[in-house]
Design a protein around this ligand. Structure first.
Ligand code: BYC
Length: 318
């Protein structure tokens, strides 16, 4: 779409958003748009790398070589998602070093869901099925986000999340077709993960601080409650199929709405967990900071190598 000669920067930004086109890193953007994107992308990136921990817990105890290889691939994918997302955030003018510092000092957060423990193998199934299922529901619309680098990163991430969801559901199917004890283990994992998964979509729309602006800027395409409903509608029939019961006495199909009605998550629990008072917050942060400290020598070596290459290139050019 050709730009009118007298167009202001703000007008151009508004026109690109209205036309469903992409804002790219070199384009002018309102400061609030930039800050909001850094906040969301950073929280997303932090969630991916912290999200490696609950499943990493089972890498050495997976019940077979096949299960171990699949889980290893999934956890490695999550590290990759973190890298794409930190890369996307860096195009907004902040460094990865700064972003990690914000995480390590508690000034930026990560998803509530990764503060819960994974005591049984069925948790690997429940995480893949529910947590990655929720992630796909939330992230497919982000492929149409108005900021180019975030939208493009999400295309690849969603393809991998789809594999993650299937591997989790397959673990649940296998457990449900197994012994009575195995099926009970699957049900118990569903009981523990259901409500925290519903909280992944954020607070109710009436309490969501950022939704309105993010929808206006086409960063988010659906509200938190709309996405939660989509997830419930898609997941309940899957639970029925494998003979598991969703732990919600208020769950019922509503013919008039064409959707499931469901109970209210415990929003106080979400607030507590996000504020740092979940069952595993302290452990997750200590492990993250420990991994960062252990990696210091790699970062130093990479910088030393880059400096050497730059010096040699300058020498050749002189
Ligand atoms: N957990 O105004 P709202 C994955 C915060 S990775 C923690 O509605 P927004 C995976 C929110 O940040 C999953 N905090 O916010 C990885 C805000 O606080 P601040 C991560 C939450 O941004 C490995 C405040 O509450 N996915 O799937 O409009 C293995 C008010 O909320 C949560 C993403 O990050 C929460 N659940 O909407 C397996 C997706 N919810 O920032 C799987 C991208 C809300 O003002 N992010 N808060 O301090 C989004 O789509 C949106 O940021 C959200 C929240 C829907 C999460």
């Amino acid at each position: 779409m050709p730009a009118p000669a007298s167009e202001t920067r703000q007008n151009r930004f508004d026109r690109v958003i209205a036309a469903d086109q992409r804002i790219e890193p070199d384009d002018w953007m309102p400061e609030d748009y930039r800050k909001n994107l850094i906040r969301q992308i950073a929280q997303h990136a932090h969630s991916e790398i912290i999200g490696m921990q609950p499943e990493g817990n089972w890498l050495t105890r997976a019940p077979s070589l096949r299960r171990k290889s699949i889980l290893l691939a999934k956890v490695q994918d999550e590290a990759g998602h973190g890298l794409y997302l930190y890369g996307a955030a860096e195009t907004l003018g902040i460094t990865r070093h700064e972003l990690l510092d914000l995480l390590h000092t508690g000034r930026q957060k990560y998803a509530n869901i990764f503060n819960y423990p994974t005591p049984t193998w069925a948790d690997m199934g429940a995480i893949g099925w529910l947590v990655d299922g929720a992630a796909i529901t939330n992230q497919i619309p982000l492929c149409r986000c108005s900021f180019g680098p975030y939208a493009r990163a999400m295309v690849r991430i969603c393809k991998e999340e789809s594999f993650h969801q299937r591997q989790g559901f397959e673990i649940m199917v296998t457990l449900c077709n197994g012994t009575v004890e195995q099926k009970a283990m699957a049900q118990e994992a569903l009981n523990r993960w259901w409500w925290p998964t519903l909280m992944m979509f954020g607070p109710p729309d009436t309490e969501s601080a950022h939704s309105q602006k993010s929808m206006q800027w086409k960063i988010k395409r659906f509200t938190n409650d709309e996405l939660r409903q989509k997830f419930v509608d898609a997941t309940v029939p899957q639970a029925d199929l494998i003979g598991l019961t969703v732990p919600d006495p208020e769950l019922a199909w509503n013919d008039e709405r064409g959707h499931y009605d469901f109970g209210e998550p415990d929003w106080d629990e979400l607030r507590r967990v996000v504020a740092g008072d979940g069952p595993c917050n302290a452990e997750r942060m200590a492990t993250r900071k420990g991994a960062h400290d252990d990696g210091a020598w790699v970062r130093e070596a990479a910088v030393a190598h880059a400096e050497k290459v730059a010096a040699r290139t300058a020498e050749i050019a002189a």
